[in-house]
Design a protein around this ligand. Structure first.
Ligand code: OAD
Length: 247
């Protein structure tokens, strides 16, 4: 399943960066964005996932996000998430960058994911910027308020037309420059800047591996394409790594 070159690199002291997209959570039951059942096939992002829409009708946007928070709260990380959390404990230098907002990497035990698009379980005050978490919000029915300044809370996710969190970009940039192996997992590689990160990492010298159930726009540029579900492939990869690391 894995090339000799990848095995060789994994045996050494690689700096590993993993970029994940919606595909890694598909086996947990979170819908992807662009597949057959993708969210954007059913909903218009311009009506729900942008700041103007929020200001126009915050209750509607919150209704949708409460619904999604509840859905996500009731699903579990899958074997792919757990395998990545485990890999992080094996390699000293390991970066996890995710486009997902579903919090599943953290729930699986990943310590420090670089969240490019925010986290749906976190909320941010539009007035003072204070962050708060889901617990107190899930009980609310209307528009939640900041407990510090009474400003309106919004989900701490990146909407269309918004900048990515500068700190996350800075950390991702560092990961791209330092990595010697870069895995792109479960992303269609269509949304920038994440879509270009694997290529940048490759240009900086990383060995580029893609894991996906189908080929993507990135596939022609990768060193190795592993076709299949991340929840099946990553545990096999982890098993191989633990077997040679324990020798
Ligand atoms: P997409 O829905 O565009 O792509 C999901 C990818 O996962 C596809 O390439 C699938 O083939 C693949 N896939 C599905 N199931 C898989 C599995 N079990 N194992 C491995 N791969 C699988 O999702 P993203 O690329 O993550 O942004 O989308 C990027 C961004 O677009 C999202 O973060 C979101 C959206 O607009 C924001 O909300 C800001």
């Amino acid at each position: 399943m894995f090339s000799e070159e990848l095995r060789y690199l994994l045996r050494g002291e690689p700096v590993i960066t993993v970029l994940t997209g919606a595909g890694i959570s598909a086996e947990s039951g979170v819908p992807t964005f662009r597949g057959e059942d993708g969210i954007w096939k059913k909903l218009k992002p311009e009506e729900l996932a942008n700041f103007d829409a929020f200001l126009k009708n915050p209750a509607l946007v919150w209704e949708w996000y409460h619904h999604r928070q509840n859905l996500i709260k009731n699903i579990e990380p899958n074997r792919g998430h757990y395998a990545l959390a485990e890999l992080e404990t094996i390699y000293k230098r390991f970066y996890l960058i995710t486009q997902n907002i579903d919090n599943l990497h953290i729930r699986a035990g990943s310590k420090n994911p670089i969240e490019l698009h925010g986290n749906i379980m976190r909320n941010r005050c539009i007035k003072c910027g204070a962050l708060s978490y889901e617990v107190e919000l899930l009980k609310e029915v209307s528009i939640p308020e900041c407990s510090i300044c009474n400003g309106m809370l919004r989900p701490d996710v990146v909407w269309f037309g918004e900048m990515l969190p500068p700190q996350s970009l800075k950390e991702a940039n560092r990961a791209m420059q330092e990595s010697t192996i870069f895995f792109s997992i479960g992303t269609s590689a269509q949304v920038q800047p994440a879509a270009s990160m694997p290529i940048w990492a490759k240009n900086y010298g990383a060995y580029l591996v893609e894991i996906n159930i189908e080929e993507t726009l990135l596939t022609p540029y990768v060193d190795e394409f592993i076709k299949g579900k991340s929840g099946e492939i990553l545990p096999v990869l982890l098993k191989e790594i633990t077997s040679f690391k324990s020798k």
